[in-house]
Write a protein that binds this ligand. Structure first.
Ligand code: GLU
Length: 899
């Protein structure tokens, strides 16, 4: 059996035997407690030394003595003494603090180096004796925690700590923290297994958004799990986990929570040395490089360092290794101190980076990676810190890219969306079945968030809030916005107006609807029929002009009638040579003729002369248009109900004083008046605040009821909501235009990473016309929309003004002017002919003629008799058309003969 074993071992040890002779076995001790993996790493590292993986260590061959530490310090010390009796040259472990200190004191006495890989939180640590600890000292680690919090620009933060060890690690951070402008809160995690209390306190404290979690590796996984349950591992928080072993945990459950989680690590799983060592042992070691825990890796490095130091010692002096030591206080190993010094001066690159010590025997040149949990790649390295190269962290440039990565990722998130039961934005769905979840609600806002969620592929839970949308009271946000501020909800969607004050504290999406403030008031009543409603078709101006035109045309007819020779006709057709000629356009007749035309009745008078016919036809045309316009517009006025509104805009409403007005309490409308510099609006705000109880209401619904039930109340509200109400409540209407322009948006926490995605989705919906479709559905189609169609006759009729009929007046004026010109021409022509015929000077004849005309003494003219009269019988009409189709015989008498 023995021979067989030797045969198997021969190939392994042959090289040593052949080249150097059989190496002397160096006994070393490993003291381990429950952690089996640390023991495995010790054995692995010893095997690596013995198998001569590193040529440098060709002459070093360790013989490990492994002891399981159980029981009290007394038992442990007897075990250590037994081991010393075997001539061990180095003791590795144990991990447990009290026992380790006990072992260390024994080793110090016998001057056998004790190598630890445990975190030593002894603040007054001064390297005592020859022991060495590879774990980075707490003074170095506390520097990086401070540095991290400072460089991440945290203002106020909380430390969730497990025990006093945690506070020792955080000592520097607490000590150096500038508490003037910032605050640091300390919360105890509790004693487990429930660690939620401290977390819940952090959550309810509104000031805290940044948390440092410090606890042992053993409870870290549970603490993170409970932190996520409580909600502090969410996108609203920034968290630093102090454990150097964070990377070994499965962080996938937190990867998509949106939390900004930062950690530090000592082992870089991508470091070439780490990869080389883990690859070499991949058959013996299950864990890959990213699952290596710090203490385990340190144990590996500790054995390697010890082997190199021992080799150097061996090369320097002849080492007596088999000296049996007694725990009696008298014996000691003479090379112990030298070996310890060699370890302190030796540098190796191991799993934990560069293993190097300073003069105090503490690890120096510690390189720590700053890691960040990202959705796409899990933990990634975002910076590096070196304990000796200065205080600052060297940040890698792609940290910002990681941030924007997470911005895009909204998929599969579940948001709490606040709604308010306000028609038509969100309403309780009426159904025969019992509905649950989001199914219970319907409305414009519900449809919009549904569409957005389909585009961005997120889930949401609707939560009903009160009618208080949110206003700032005593520095605190109330209502829906208050909930968003307190992180109790993610989004708020309803008729939530984007105001400057709200936008300062919250993020709003681009508007989903545009609107402005207007007035809701009772529909005006029918005016009692007016006695003079027949005057309505024309405006007063037109009536005045019409009368003016009538008078002027009548006068002109009279004058032109007198001038026009054809209008002087024989009153007795049977008398061929009448003594007098008569003119039908007497003063009375001219007025009668004109009025007869307006009244569409005509008169017996028919103009004979061209000029009088010209003026008459212009007047008839004028009357035709005016009468038709009057008739048509009168018809419109008779079918239209005349309504009387007590005011037409806010100015009139305020001036009226008899009508009360109000708005929704705490709403954007009231705030508009409150924050306005315009005197009228400021006055309105003052009035509303002074009469709060009487005029302010809690909901739009209440405002509507108030308007309907009282005769003297006007409700100031937003046009979009007014539009909805007047579609269904036919007794109310919108009065006046819009006082401002604004929009409704979806609110979320300030600097929300989802704003951009939601905005893009809203723009997409609006470009496709979906928002408009949803609006039409809820405003005019569903829930009784469209019942208040305007009935025939409720339209409006406008009085015709000068603008409408001015053209007709113009035509009349031009026609009359032409006729006047023609009459003058005719007069001159006739005077000229008469003056030639009668051989009278033209001037004299003209003066005579004008004198007669202006005398206006009557419509009868005594004809002049002349020689030529009989010869010119045919010319008796002097170019004018006689009436009734016959030519009167004109008896020309001279006025002188007449006498
Ligand atoms: N939309 C308003 C708001 O967001 C409520 C209604 C109003 O004030 O007229 O507060």
């Amino acid at each position: 059996m023995m021979a067989k074993t030797l045969l198997i071992l021969l190939p392994i040890f042959l090289p040593y035997v052949c080249v150097l002779g059989f190496p002397k076995k160096i006994p070393i001790a490993g003291l381990f407690d429950q952690d089996e993996e640390i023991q495995q790493m010790f054995e692995l590292s010893v095997r690596a030394v013995n198998e001569n993986e590193d040529q440098e260590l060709s002459n070093v061959f360790f013989e490990p003595e492994i002891e399981q530490i159980e029981g009290d310090s007394f038992e442990v010390s007897s075990k250590v003494c037994e081991l010393l009796d075997l001539g061990i040259v180095g003791v590795f472990g144990p991990q447990e603090k009290v026992i380790a200190e006990h072992v260390q004191s024994i080793c110090d006495i016998v001057e056998v180096p004790q190598i630890s890989v445990r975190e030593d939180l002894d603040q007054s640590f001064q390297p005592r004796g020859i022991a060495l600890n590879l774990y980075p000292h707490v003074s170095s680690l506390s520097r990086i925690y401070y540095q991290l919090v400072t460089e991440l620009k945290w203002k106020s933060f909380a430390i969730l700590y497990e025990n006093t060890d945690s506070l020792i690690r955080m000592r520097l951070l607490l000590k150096r923290w500038n508490t003037n402008a910032n605050s640091a809160f300390i919360y105890h995690l509790g004693y487990g297994p429930n660690y939620r209390q401290g977390m819940q306190e952090i959550k309810t404290s509104k000031d805290i958004e940044s948390i440092v979690i410090d606890c042992s590796y053993e409870i870290l996984e549970e603490v993170l799990k409970q932190a996520q349950q409580v909600g502090i591992l969410s996108d609203k928080y920034k968290v630093i986990v102090t454990s150097l072993d964070l990377q070994t945990l499965d962080l996938e459950p937190y990867q998509f929570s949106g939390v900004n989680l930062t950690g530090i690590r000592l082992i870089d799983p991508e470091d070439p040395t780490v990869l080389q060592i883990t690859n070499r042992h991949k058959n013996e070691q299950e864990n890959n490089s990213s699952q290596l825990r710090v203490e385990h890796a340190l144990m590996y490095d500790a054995v390697q360092l010890f082997a190199r130091a021992f080799k150097q010692l061996k090369d320097a002096t002849k080492v007596n290794v088999n000296k049996l030591l007694k725990c009696d206080g008298n014996s000691r190993w003479e090379h112990g101190l030298s070996l310890s010094n060699f370890m302190r001066s030796t540098e190796i690159r191991g799993l934990t980076g560069l293993v190097k010590f300073d003069r105090d025997g503490l690890r120096s040149n510690i390189k720590l990676d700053i890691v960040r949990l990202t959705e796409k790649k899990g933990l990634i390295k975002i910076g590096e810190w070196n304990s000796t190269a200065g205080e600052n962290i060297e940040w890698f440039p792609d940290i910002s890219t990681q941030k924007s990565d997470s911005k895009l990722n909204i998929q599969n998130k579940t948001f709490i969306v606040l709604i308010s039961i306000t028609a038509p934005y969100s309403m309780i769905k009426e159904s025969m079945d019992t509905l649950s979840g989001n199914e219970r609600y319907e409305g414009f806002a519900v449809d919009i968030i549904q569409e957005i969620s389909q585009i961005l592929k997120f889930n949401f839970t609707l939560q009903v809030e009160s009618s208080d949308y949110g206003s700032l009271k005593n520095e605190k946000w109330t209502g829906m916005l208050g909930k968003i501020m307190a992180d109790e909800a993610d989004l708020a969607i309803t008729d939530l107006t984007i105001t400057s004050q709200r936008a300062e504290h919250f993020d709003f999406t681009t508007p989903i609807m545009n609107l402005g403030i207007s007035i809701l008031y009772k529909k005006p009543k029918k005016a009692p029929p007016s006695l003079f409603s027949f005057l309505s078709p024309f405006s007063n101006d037109v009536w005045i002009y019409l009368i003016g035109a009538y008078v002027i045309v009548s006068l002109l007819l009279y004058i032109i009638g007198r001038i026009c020779p054809a209008e002087w006709s024989n009153p007795y057709p049977c008398i061929e040579e009448p003594e007098v000629l008569e003119n039908q356009f007497s003063f009375k007749n001219a007025f009668w003729f004109a009025i007869g035309a307006i009244m569409q009745q005509g008169s017996e008078i028919a103009p004979i002369g061209i000029s009088t016919r010209m003026i008459a036809s212009c007047w008839w045309f004028f009357c035709l248009i005016m009468v038709s316009s009057y008739t048509a517009n009168l018809a419109a006025f008779l079918t239209v109900e005349t309504v009387t509104s007590p005011f037409d805009n806010v100015e009139e409403l305020v001036r009226k004083k008899t009508i009360k007005y109000g708005a929704k309490s705490g709403g954007a409308t009231l705030n508009f008046f409150g924050g306005n510099n315009i005197t009228l609006y400021a006055e309105m705000y003052k009035y509303m605040m002074e009469n709060k109880k009487e005029v302010l209401v809690e909901t739009n619904e209440e405002g509507l009821k108030k308007v309907q039930r009282t005769d003297d109340y006007a409700f100031l509200m937003e046009s979009a909501s007014i539009e909805y109400l007047i579609e269904r409540n036919c007794d109310v209407t919108q009065v006046g235009g819009l006082l401002d322009e604004k929009g409704y948006g979806i609110a979320m926490k300030k600097n929300s990473q989802y704003l951009h995605s939601i905005n893009s989705a809203i723009l997409m919906l609006s470009e496709r016309g979906i928002i408009q479709q949803i609006k039409t559905k809820w405003w005019t189609q569903r829930k009784g929309g469209g019942i208040c169609q305007e009935s025939a006759g409720t339209g409006s009729a406008e009085r015709l003004g000068l603008g409408n009929v001015g053209g007709v007046f113009l035509v009349l004026t031009v026609g009359v002017a032409l006729s006047c010109v023609y009459t003058i021409f005719e007069l001159l022509w006739d005077v000229a002919r008469t003056s030639i015929r009668e051989n009278v000077p033209f001037k004299e004849e003209l003066i005579n003629e004008l004198k007669f005309i202006v005398k206006c003494s009557g419509s009868k003219q005594v004809r002049k008799k002349s020689e030529s009269s009989s010869k010119n019988e045919n010319d008796s009409t002097r170019g004018c058309t006689p009436p009734y189709g016959f030519v009167p015989t004109v008896i020309r008498t001279s006025p002188i003969d007449n006498k």
